[in-house]
Design a protein around this ligand. Structure first.
Ligand code: TXA
Ligand code: MG
Length: 348
């Protein structure tokens, strides 16, 4: 049985947080809201509880977890070094949607870090998350609280959909504000590198530390430490999602739909301009500004799954700069890493 406790997002009742902290202390799993997405929390120092996180999510064991702290001073107990520039970023963006990868200390169980030499740390900007971590008295490992490969949960109902009956408790603190996962920046190598784009952008970080932050993961370079999570299909609806390339996408989408009109299949098109309406499909407007899209995209994926849509076509997201990179990244991942119809081998 999964107990669901409703809490005020900005000022959770102390009694309920203490109840959740007790579950954590006993080695249980508690899903909780953060400003990005819901996390599935366990004590970062309890290997058995960490192993259960991987089991219930169906997550590959080499995919490390983020350790969540309520106080930046805790980092020194988890990481063997906290370089000055990384510290400056923590100072500027914590609490907030920034995860920093550092060389780990032996105190962090290998189960938490996929047996790798580094640990990812973040201090979330959410009263429920922070008071839970404080009350539990330990940092919390917390991946997104979804089944592996599914879209991250932005409301407690999404957590319930995926994990009801599998975890001890869900703290329902309402909808998360950002709706997509934190930026992951790696400080374990020579130059800081973004392993996953999020709401804190390369420009945001460069404004603080002066140096260049290398965006993106270099898949070709040999010695680049990359986020193991980036090699799996991610954030994806159950239906296949085809992301169209920028060239002539409106004609391509219309042409595809016309070619499939008689096949009695449910096709949805996700558009980023309100006036883009297509025939013979379910039209979904996902918003235009990056934050609007971020707040909606995973919910849209889950709704389309509930409607048993057979295929999702997505317009390319054409905005540049700022938070646009985060949206593009999640769309590309949901499409299995490819844009365009040509190489798709789409049997439909
Ligand atoms: O916003 C978020 O980050 C949410 C909330 C709950 O905090 N958490 C989240 O966790 O998205 P998860 O496990 O779904 O994604 C963590 C990502 C994965 O791609 C993982 O591979 C990467 O961070 N990661 C974790 N530890 C790492 C490490 N030591 N080195 C490189 N990448 C790491
Ligand atoms: Mg995840």
């Amino acid at each position: 049985m999964t107990e669901i406790l409703r809490v005020r997002g900005n000022r959770p009742a102390r009694g309920k947080i203490l109840q959740a902290a007790e579950v954590i202390r006993k080695g249980g799993l508690v899903a909780f809201p953060t400003e990005t997405v819901y996390g599935l929390g366990a004590s970062a120092f309890n290997p058995g509880a960490i192993r259960r996180i991987f089991e219930v999510k169906g997550r590959p064991r080499d995919n490390p977890l983020i350790v969540h702290v309520a106080d930046p001073d805790r980092v020194e107990t988890l990481a063997s070094s906290f370089p000055a520039r990384a510290k400056a970023l923590a100072c500027a963006f914590w609490p907030g949607p920034l995860t920093i990868v550092l060389k780990k200390r032996d105190s962090v169980p290998p189960e938490a870090t996929g047996w790798g030499p580094t640990v990812a740390v973040r201090m979330p900007a959410h009263a429920v998350a922070l008071s839970l971590i404080e009350s539990a008295g330990v940092p919390l490992v917390a991946p997104s609280a979804n089944l592996s490969g599914r879209p991250s949960p932005v409301i407690a109902g999404h957590v319930e959909e995926d994990l009801a009956g599998l975890i001890e408790m869900i703290l329902d603190g309402g909808k998360t504000t950002i709706g997509m996962e934190s930026t992951v920046v790696d400080f374990s190598g020579r130059a800081p590198r973004i392993l996953r784009p999020g709401a804190v952008t390369a420009e945001d970080m460069e404004a603080v530390i002066g140096d260049a932050v290398v965006p993106g993961v270099d898949e070709t370079g040999p010695a680049v430490p990359k986020s193991p999570g980036t090699k799996y299909r991610h954030y994806a609806p159950q239906a296949k999602l085809v992301l169209f390339a920028p060239e002539n996408y409106r004609e391509e989408i219309s042409g595809f739909l016309a070619g499939h009109r008689m096949k009695n299949r449910k096709i949805a098109v996700i558009a980023f301009k309100k006036r883009h309406i297509y025939r013979d499909c379910l039209n979904i407007y996902a918003g235009c500004e990056p934050l609007a899209v971020a707040g909606r995209l995973f919910q849209i994926f889950r709704s389309l799954d509930a409607l048993k849509v057979d295929l999702i076509l997505a317009e390319p997201y054409l905005k540049e700069g700022g938070l646009a990179g985060m949206v593009k990244d999640r769309l590309l991942k949901a499409a299995g890493g490819k844009a365009g119809l040509r190489d798709e081998g789409l049997i439909f």
